[in-house]
Design a protein. Sequence first.
Length: 225
Amino acid sequence: MTGPVTDAPSRAIWDALYAEGNHAPIAPYTDIIAFLARSFARDGQGRKVLEIGCGTAQNLLFANWSMGFEVYGVDYSETAITQARAQFRGKGLSYGALEVADATRLDFPDSHFDAVVERGAAQHNRLAVARAILAEMRRVLKPGGVLCCSLAAEGHFLFGQGTHLGEGDFFNGEHDGTRHFFSRRDVLDLFAGMEITRWMLHSRQDVPGNRMVEQYHVVEARKPA
Ligand SMILES: C[S@@+](CC[C@H](N)C(=O)[O-])C[C@H]1O[C@@H](n2cnc3c(N)ncnc32)[C@H](O)[C@@H]1O
């Protein structure tokens, strides 16, 4: 096998989190839904969207149910994909595909999707693996297609915790395994060759505790036509 590979401990951690019901489907994430609405004028009919690291697929469920997209999702947690399929079945909805797969090796043809999204998945890998994931997301996106990523930033409260694996890379067994915290330079490198159409740094603060909790780069980009 060549190229960067995903680490097995993190995969096992995610599978256990889903099995314990700790990452149960609750609601879609506004960053992803707002991006799809902005990009397609709220009309997903006839459009294919893929989510990398879709988990239990609450984003895809909304994209299909409320927006009409044909949806596809991959996640390396088998338990997550089982729960994702059950959600669609439970609502009598259909999907293009929901498959167990490593996001660095997607079994989809080149230039296949109108939109490819990920929320909080690429960041759960070392930077080299995140780069490989971005390359795959870009490969399967149609020319002129759009992409949205949500990536932990260096101001995230978990930055620096756990075992330091490399620049910006940490393994935190107390939380959810491997994570890369993206600098602005990382983001620019990751999206080189694509047109960044929107880039927001979202910070969440625990007000009573007076401390910063989460911080993410939310990056939207277009593949050159
Ligand atoms: C924070 S959860 C986000 C789940 C979903 N995107 C959401 O918005 O609720 C991160 C997900 O990414 C998946 N993941 C992380 N690295 C992956 C990889 N290399 N290949 C496939 N899935 C991956 C995990 O199994 C987990 O389901």
